[in-house]
Design a protein around this ligand. Structure first.
Ligand code: ATR
Length: 282
């Protein structure tokens, strides 16, 4: 079926391996209920060897899904197996949102949208800065780099423990991106208006190294894409040093919205009720 609105009760999935800790079903079921839409959203565990077959059954309609979300470890394979990846997915080489249209699997990556939409919501004007520092150069960092670059921020400094990984991303994402190893962190932070942590530092209560934010531009925004705990050690330090902060939960919620619209035909709003629902689950 070409249009989700033609299907009385469209079904969507989130797949990964493992998948049982995914919060996506809570998000999409909340929106289905809130907007009184008929439809379903379920977690489907698919192992790496089975992923290609899963996509085949999506394409030929035998699994009955309109589309769905894809998470670790399938984001790269989702891009490779899709028929119509958009420009964002092509540049990242990874997709997290799939939808079926006339027998073809379309793919995009909404992680970067989730990141910027959350900041637009909570800190409008966040992108009116000349310099950003992004800590980390793993999988999660890529979509953030792409989305920050696409907002026109002049200089983006990617700092990573393994400098060669930062250099790979600078090569991939263009001349505005500057790569550094950790020893350069203090130097590149001087005058920056945005600081983003994309590393797992401080995740799940792990200890994190102290960071001195005092050389950032006054009022610079400090964000973390980790949301467990909601206030990571990096955000706590930034808050204590007087800087505004944005936690990682908003990115998770906002990245879900474009997929919901594709499958169920309505653009959902990220509101406080949804945030509270997820917080109860953390
Ligand atoms: P993800 O897909 O979640 O980004 P990843 O690809 O394993 O996961 O990347 C994790 C990021 O956190 C990397 O930038 C990693 O640095 P390296 O590339 O040097 O491995 C960074 N990271 C993890 N633990 C770290 C630590 N203790 N100190 C500094 N950086 C760390």
């Amino acid at each position: 079926m070409a249009d989700p609105r033609e299907n009385a009760s469209p079904a969507a999935f989130v797949t990964g391996w493992p998948i049982k800790h995914s919060r996506s079903p809570i998000i999409h079921r909340h929106w289905l209920k809130r907007y009184g839409l008929s439809g379903s959203y379920d977690a489907v565990a698919v192992s790496e060897p089975d992923f290609a077959v899963f996509i085949e059954t999506l394409k030929n309609g035998t699994n009955g899904f309109r589309g769905g979300n894809v998470t670790i470890p399938h984001k790269e394979a989702a891009f490779r197996h899709s028929d119509r990846p958009d420009e964002l997915a092509k540049e990242l080489g990874a997709a997290n949102t799939l939808w079926l249209n006339e027998g073809q699997v379309h793919a995009t990556n909404t992680d970067g949208y989730g990141f910027t939409a959350n900041l637009d919501d909570c800190h409008p004007g966040w992108d009116k800065v000349d310099r950003a520092v992004i800590l980390g150069a793993g999988g999660a960092s890529r979509a953030v780099i792409q989305s920050v670059r696409d907002r026109g921020i002049g200089e983006i400094h990617v700092v990573n423990r393994t400098a060669s990984r930062a250099r790979e991303l600078a090569d991939r994402f263009g001349s505005k991106i500057h790569a550094h190893g950790l020893p350069a962190l203090a130097e590149v932070m001087v005058g920056a208006g945005l600081f983003v942590n994309t590393t797992s530092l401080g995740m799940d209560g792990e200890e994190s190294t102290p960071i001195d934010f005092s050389s950032l531009q006054a009022g610079a925004l400090v964000t973390d894409i980790v949301y467990v705990p909601l206030e990571t050690p990096i955000l706590k330090q930034a808050r204590e040093q007087g800087f505004p902060t944005a936690d990682g939960l908003g990115m998770l919620l906002h990245q879900a919205a474009p997929g919901f619209e594709k499958w169920f035909g309505r653009r959902p709003i990220v509101d406080e009720a949804l945030r509270q629902l997820i917080l109860q689950d953390i």
